[in-house]
Design a protein around this ligand. Sequence first.
Ligand code: ADP
Length: 686
Amino acid sequence: MGLFSSVLSRKRGVIFFVVAFMLPLFFVVGVSIDTFSKRQKTTRNLLESNLWLSGRSALDQMETQFIEIENKWLKEEYFSNILLIDSLKQIGTSPDMFLIDQQFQIVYPETAKEKHRYALTYNRSWNSDYRKYMGRAESEELARRSYSKATQHYQTSLGLAKTTQQEALAIEGVARSNMAGQNYQLAIRYYQLLKNEYSQIGNLGGHPYGISAPLQLYTIGTLIGDEVFGPDSLLITYQMIKDGDWLISSSSYFFFKAEFESILKIDIESGESRFERILKFNQFLGNFIIPAIKERSEFSEFNKAVEIKRAYMQTDDAQYLICFKEMQIPRSEKLCFGGICWNLDTVITTIFFSLLADMTAETGLDFLLVNSNNINLSTGEAAQIPEESLTLSFSNIPFPWTLVAIQPGYKKLESDVRIQLIIYGLLVVIIIILMLFGAFVLLRDISRETDSMRLQTEFVHNVSHELKTPLSLIRLYGETLLLKEHLPEADRKEGLQIITKESERLSYMINNILDFSKIEMGRKEFDLKPGNLAEVVINTLNSHRYHFVKKGFIIEEDIDQDIPMVLFDKIAVEGILINLFSNAIKFSNNIKRIMVRLKNKPEVISLMVADNGIGIPANELSNIFNRFYRVKNSADFETSGSGLGLTLVKHVIDAHGWKIDVESTPGQGSIFSIFIPPDANEEGLK
Ligand code: ADP
């Protein structure tokens, strides 16, 4: 046994392997799996903090931008100049602005101010002369129907008038009495005067002359058939009514609008006119905003002048945000509430969507604005909120929405990590398999090494035994012949025969060993010559026949004579035959029969040596050609042998480019067949 094999038995090898390879491997696998799961957790944490930071920053930007715009609109100088507000409101989308005084009366937008603008009554402060003549004129006109007298008195009143209202009333009187007195040309002149110069002044019925005078002119036009005052003349006035040129009450507005439309034969137009919008907004102010402002201003006394207050309004069709603050209107000394009213839809579409689009471009995240009913404000449909998202609320301005920050590629990121994990797992499995395979190969090599060492030791033992037997016989017979000079002739001859035979056996053995060592050193050369195989087989058989017969063997020969010439090394082929014969003898017990057959078949020449000996177990068949190899039970059966014979046979066969095959059944015998291609020429040989 070699040192290595004694130190490292198989069992120890396995333990060594487990300790040296498997434990560190398992450790590495454990650490890697741990690292991967940590990595997954870190990815998620990073994602969440990224979502939080970006989401917060988006919210901050939205709020900041909103506050900026709010401050821009809530400048006091805008509210101090109503005309300026109107011009501001021309610019694109803007909030509706309003101004409310401390008595919670609407200062802007102005409507329905007829009470102090149009609805005039005789005022006691008016000068008495004017009143006197106006009274006379009216009684002439209305009671006596004396229109020319009435006209005179009205004109006198006009001369006495101190205010524009007084003037307008007197002029209206002139116009009206002339119309009644069918003095149409004069009536037209005075109505035109009213229309052009006193348009914003109202009559006693509360209607501005700008509207009532053109209607009177139209009536006169139809009476006298004058096209100049036909329907077309009313168009401009109609448009002015719709634009809110006269701040009349909503009932007056709708009355005049309908009146003009019926004269002008205009179909009721869809859509609101500017004035209708103002009317509506004023109604909205009265119903919603003023109560909200009242409420807010009652509760917060602190820092009134600067602080912007906000209130939400939900109407049937929209949501509004009202921002207002108390302000001192210059030149009025009065504190008012100036404010803006946003339709939240406008805020979202004009400010927030573009801002969120910028944020998406900047951060790569998706942002959704979602209302309290979980509706996505950009699509108007139920919001689809993926798992990898974060929902944030506004902190400074309590907008009734939440912002959802979404990492769009997260699913992919996670699946990438998972794929990596799978690849890594596969790699680990492959490494384990490779290592197991390596360990297996290592163990096999160790055991082979052990086997080969055992075989070599056995070889030395066998060879020395093999050499010793013939040597001691030679020595014994040699000494006998020397000492006993007068031996009978027969004994002497037998002694010499034995010496010859044993020295032949010795030289055969030494040849085998020398051949083997030549082969091992790569120095074995073959002398290939064309020759007659049948001749070689018969000669070899004949030269050993005596030996066979003496051991009690029957030889069955079946040798074709018409074997074609083939190239071979004669001595080497004799060596093959001697080895095969010698094995057949060694490994036969009860049935001592050897069959030698040389057949010339069309494709191949076959040479067969068979016996009825102990046979070879099937699992050993592949080993018997290995050097030093001897089958266990046969070694017990016949101790002599080196395990070299078949190794040499195989080598010679290979060198000739031939094939050898063994068939064997334990207990029944073995057949060694050699196949020789008949056309083997020099190129066909190795
Ligand atoms: P050995 O010197 O042992 O004969 P060989 O190389 O010639 O060495 O043969 C190797 C082994 O093959 C033998 O030890 C034997 O076990 C087996 N063997 C060879 N020929 C035969 C045979 N004809 N019958 C049975 N076993 C055989």
